[in-house]
Structures are given as C-alpha cells and as structure tokens.
Write a protein that binds this ligand. Structure first.
Ligand code: ARG
Ligand code: ZN
Length: 413
C-alpha cells in the first residue's frame, strides 16, 4: 500500500503541470489580429487547440489556444490593446485535467463511461476478444514505435466466404480521449445489440467491421502518464530533440503540401516521409492488403462537431462529392435526433481547414469511397477536456451516425 502511494506521488511529480494555465478563444476580425496571433505563436509557447497550427489562422474563425501561466499578463495586454474579441473557455486547466485523471492507490476497473488508461484498454481488448468467438476476433497489425502491439478487432458473424467490410479507428491524436472512448463503446454496443437490434444484426451478418481501438497507443499512454495535451506519436530521430509526428499528416495524400509542418517540433509535423510513423504504416498496409473488401473508412477525432469527407489536401471536390454530402447530412440528422447536438458536414478543406496527409483522403484515393472523419463533441466549452459525464451521451448519439453510414454502405454494396 505504502509503495503504491509512493508510486502515485512519483507519477504526479513527473507529470507536466498545467497550473495557472487558461484556454482562450480568440476571434480575429481584421488582418492585424491574424498577424498578432501568428507573431504570438512565434514568440511564446502557446498550444493551438483549434486550428492545430498558427498558419491556419484566418479572419472570422474561432482560435482556441492554451496559454502558460507566465504569459497570461502579456496575452491579456495584447488582447486589450488590439481590441480583439475573446473569451476564456477554461479558467483552470490543471483542475480540468485532474478531474479526469485515473491515478491513485486503488485503480478502478475498465469503464465505458470513464477515460481508461492504455493498460485497461489492453486488458479490455484481451477479454472482449475472447468473449464471443462467433462475433469477434482480433489480430495484431504491427507494433507501435515503442513496441506495443496494435490489436485490431474484427466484428461480424463468422463466415466461410470473405465479407465486405468497414474499417474504423479511434485515437489517431493522443489527447482526443472521447474518440478512444467511442471505439470501446461501439464494440460493446455491437456485441450487446446483435440479435436484438435489427440494423446491427443485419450489418454484422452481411459485413465485418474492423475496429482499431487506439491508433496512436504510445501517444495515448503518454497523455495519461506525462502530458495530457500530447497529440503526436512518440517516435524519435537522431538530429532532432523533438519527439513525434502528427499521424494524420503522415499519410501519402498530398503529403506535407498544405496545413502541415516540416518542423519536427511542430504539433502538425508531417514526419520525415509518408508513413514514416510505424503506426500509420501499419494501418495503411492493412487497408492496402484488404482493399478489395473495405468499402468504408471511418476515423474518429475531437473536437468541433463536424462530419468531414475528402478532400482536405486540395479544394478540389471529390468525384463522389454529392453522394458523400448526402450521406453525411443523413448521418448528422440521425445524430441530432437524440440530444439535439448539431454537426456541420462538408469536405475537410472548406469545412475546417486545408490539411494534407490525412488518413481520410489517403483511403479515398486508394478507392475506399465512403471515407469520413468525425470530430466529436464539443465545440470548445471543454475541448479536449470533455467531462466524463458526456461520454455516454456523446457515444450514444455518435452510434446513430455511424450506424446510418454503415447501413447506407450496406445497401449500396
Ligand atoms: N482535426 C483533424 C486533423 O487536423 C481534421 C482531419 C480532417 N482531414 C484531413 N485530412 N485533414 O487531423
Ligand atoms: Zn484529431
């Protein structure tokens, strides 16, 4: 007991602190405001929550940034002087982080309505995969940079012939914890509603759904143990002291041309080459190898309440634009029917910002027509620190949207 307590204290001492930090929402209205934000980003260390990169800041978009305590006075002064409209989204970042920490002497069990650590998710994968062998199986698609096995779950009624499939991943970005929670929820719902819910039954009878519960496992583990705000992978390369690349800038789709950074220290670093990140390479290899059966690709992020589809690396409309839009609007309407949560649908480049190297664009260009990126709750009140009390409603409403897309795909095989 004493030893455990001691470990608890050491873990707390090692973890980055967000003491005194605040999250601001800035509303640049004129060019000078945009310039000011970009200059600020160069001068001091600010964490861009939305957009993820200062280069993407333009007039009339909300800019959410996390500001270290020592720069608060300076930022406040600049905001007053420039008369830029703004508000404070999170008064006390450290308190918000602590509210969802899963540490302490008596570790709790895995829960669908809590943010689970990687160790708990790993144990959950092991147990759920061996629970119902008629409906679920798993395979390892490779290891992460730090050597953790990437387990892929396959849901679907066993069949002797090969079935058409949907591929879904969660947790490409480490700090987007609600995303990771959703994949676990989806697996639980699929298993528990099969044989009861007509739509789920027919889906799993006819198709397979591959679920990658955590794409960026190393990063996710790091957000639990060291830095809650980590986004990238944890890969290292000699020559740079900065760690990791953005896995969603690392795919071979207009790689590193737009909305991505070639600076290894940036949060949107595109990596040293396409698929330089082993996690992206493992996923890309799996999808390439199963290209003939994979009909849809769904990737779950947060936050902003958006349902995006290609393209993001170009303003060009996708060949299937109108169909992708129709399905996205149907899915958003289904999502909204439960709690009234409003989503915006559209191509990435115009709906959020242009950003190349994303998995959605890559899968689409490979030939996976129904390629969607979800940005789950919220719109910035809590951002990445969405309270655990919102896991259940968020997952319930998102289920409706994912099932809508899945059943559309199923009807159009
Ligand atoms: N917030 C997500 C990201 O920055 C949006 C992804 C949209 N798709 C894309 N290919 N950029 O990764
Ligand atoms: Zn993301």
């Amino acid at each position: 007991m004493k030893l455990l307590l001691l470990f608890g204290l050491v873990a707390v001492a090692l973890a980055d602190s967000f003491e005194g930090q605040k999250v601001f929402r800035l509303k640049p209205a004129i060019d000078e405001h945009v310039t000011l934000i970009k200059e600020l980003a160069q001068k001091i260390e600010v964490d861009f929550w939305r957009p993820e990169n200062p280069e993407l800041v333009t007039i009339d978009i909300d800019v959410d940034i996390r500001v270290p305590a020592i720069y608060l006075d300076m930022v406040n002064t600049l905001l007053q002087q420039s008369e830029m409209e703004h508000e404070i989204l999170i008064e006390d970042v450290q308190a918000a982080v602590e509210a969802q920490e899963d540490t302490g002497p008596s570790p709790r069990a895995h829960s669908y309505t809590k943010y689970n650590s990687w160790d708990k998710i790993q144990a959950w994968i092991n147990s759920i995969a061996s629970s119902n062998s008629n409906l679920i199986s798993r395979q390892v698609i490779g290891n992460t940079y730090e050597g953790r096995p990437m387990n892929l779950l396959k849901l679907g009624k066993k069949s002797s012939s090969s079935k058409p499939a949907i591929f879904m991943d969660c947790g490409i970005h480490a700090r987007e914890w609600i995303s990771t929670a959703f994949c676990q929820w989806f697996v639980k719902e699929a298993l528990s509603t099969y044989g009861q819910d007509q739509q789920m039954t027919s889906l799993l009878d006819q198709m397979d759904v591959y679920v990658l519960p955590v794409f960026n496992i190393d990063g996710y583990d790091y957000t639990h143990k060291s830095n809650r705000m980590w986004r990238k992978t944890r890969s290292r390369k000699t020559g740079s002291s900065c760690i990791g690349a953005d896995p969603n800038r690392n795919f071979d789709a207009g790689w590193c041309t737009l909305g991505a950074s070639s600076n290894p220290c940036s949060d949107t670093f595109c990596g040293y080459k396409p698929e330089s990140e082993i996690e992206a390479k493992n996923v890309a290899n799996f999808i390439r190898n199963n290209k003939a059966s994979i009909k849809a690709y769904i990737t779950i992020h947060s936050y902003s309440q958006l349902l995006l589809f290609p393209y993001s690396y170009t303003y060009k409309l996708a060949a299937d634009h109108s169909e992708l839009m129709r399905v996205a609007e149907g899915a958003s309407a289904a999502l909204r029917s439960l709690y009234g949560t409003r989503y915006t649908s559209g191509p990435g480049a115009t709906t959020i910002y242009p950003a190349a190297g994303g998995s959605d664009d890559w899968a689409y260009d490979l030939g996976v027509k129904y390629s969607y990126t979800f940005e789950l709750r919220d719109t910035g009140r809590y951002g990445f620190l969405l309270p655990e009390s919102q896991i259940k409603p968020t997952c319930e409403e998102t289920m409706l949207a994912v099932k809508y897309i899945a059943s559309y795909v199923q009807k159009n095989l």
